[in-house]
Design a protein around this ligand. Structure first.
Ligand code: SF4
Length: 374
């Protein structure tokens, strides 16, 4: 039988009542199988109310594995000599983007480290990156998400100007002390504020946390508070994967359940947001668990045999084509779900942009007169 307190907590989101910090801690400390199943059932019911049986699919292009930073959890930190480095040429990126679009994804996610080639003024600067993103949008004819790190405001403005829809930039934690340990030499505030700037240019943003890096349950409560602003239209939780050649490489990985509890929690607290089920932690084998916990976007779909890496799992399931749309579809069917039509995703994005414009009282795109309104 379900715990009485759990029942009253799970009822709250269905009556538009917010969860308290204590409710959140209670959820994150669940350990009885029946209670966890009840949580996941509630999360799925909530997803169903807002998204029906439709799921969005995101293609992923990690276009440069160079980075100037030294995040302690990351395989691609600048000082990791084990990390393979590449920077893809434009033709390779465009061909991969076209392949993703042809496979039926709804969005192309262009990710890179804080590549000195772009960030260092002695390099080519961001002009070539902005051009590349524009071309990806043209070739794929899909919404585009970029994840280039903490870029200057004028770069965000230019990205909005070429039609970018999303800006992803993860704090990984909202505990400032833990942030300093995870991302030495970087500013918590600057990283957070760049997302506010992206909102001003009309971009939807994705915030994210890394689970199992030393956070307490109270830190997840802080995250929930930090991402309340609806401009964080997508919020991802992802279990930490220890990486070879890094200071945290010998740490024990977190319990797989921890990520799932947070996915379900996010679904209940933010029912109408996009919550990813990533292929980048456990590959295809972990997808059903994440969808069953209430996620509604499949992320890190990677075109095989193009020399492209994942982030947390640099090679898992990529070249054996288990991170493709084709591989994902049977899992969706097994969960009673189906991919949305591309038009449905476009409608969701435009609706969200308009909703935010009304909510914030500021017309989006005001600084970007040439931006295309859909
Ligand atoms: S997490 Fe991002 S910013 Fe940090 S080292 Fe890795 S690629 Fe660079």
């Amino acid at each position: 039988m379900m715990d009485h307190r759990l029942q009253s907590i799970l009822d709250k989101p269905f009556h538009n009542q917010p969860l308290t910090g204590e409710d959140i801690v209670f959820i994150l400390e669940l350990h009885r199988k029946d209670d966890i199943e009840a949580l996941f059932n509630a999360a799925r019911e909530m997803r169903d109310r807002h998204f029906g049986d439709k799921v969005f699919l995101y293609g992923f292009l990690y276009i440069s594995t160079y980075c100037r930073n030294n995040c302690n959890f990351c395989f691609y930190r600048v000082s990791n000599t084990q990390s393979p480095r590449y920077r893809k040429e434009e033709e390779e990126v465009l061909a991969a983007a076209a392949a993703l679009a042809g496979s039926g994804v709804h969005l192309v996610d262009i990710t890179l480290g804080e590549d000195p080639e772009y960030f260092n003024s002695k390099g080519r600067g961001f002009e070539s990156f902005i051009h590349l993103v524009k071309r990806v949008k043209e070739v794929s004819d899909l919404p585009v998400m970029v994840s280039p790190g903490v870029v200057p405001g004028e770069v965000l403005e230019a990205l909005a100007g070429v039609g970018v829809d999303w800006f992803a930039c993860y704090q990984e934690t909202h505990n400032r002390e833990l942030f300093r340990k995870l991302r030495p030499g970087q500013s918590y505030e600057t990283r957070f504020e760049v997302k506010g700037l992206a909102h001003q240019y009309g971009l939807l943003t994705e915030e994210g946390i890394l689970v199992g890096v030393g956070e307490e349950v109270e830190d997840i409560v802080k995250t929930v508070e930090a991402v309340r602003f609806p401009g964080f239209a997508q919020v991802r939780a992802m279990n930490f994967v220890p990486q070879g050649g890094t200071p945290m490489g010998g740490d024990a990985p977190p319990e797989p359940l921890r990520e799932l509890l947070i996915i379900a929690l996010l679904r209940l607290v933010f029912p109408d947001r996009l919550i990813p089920a990533t292929l980048d932690v456990e590959g295809l084998d972990g997808l059903k668990r994440r969808l069953d916990a209430g996620a509604n976007v499949v992320t890190s779909i990677v075109p095989p045999s193009r020399g492209l890496a994942g982030v947390a799992q640099s090679v898992l399931d990529i070249d054996d084509a288990r991170r493709t749309t084709e591989s994902v579809l049977p899992v969706l069917a097994d969960c009673g779900l189906q991919p949305a039509a591309v038009e449905e995703y476009l409608t969701w994005v435009v609706h969200k942009q308009k909703f935010l414009e009304v909510r914030t009282g500021e017309p989006f795109f005001k600084k970007v007169p040439g931006r295309r309104r859909q």
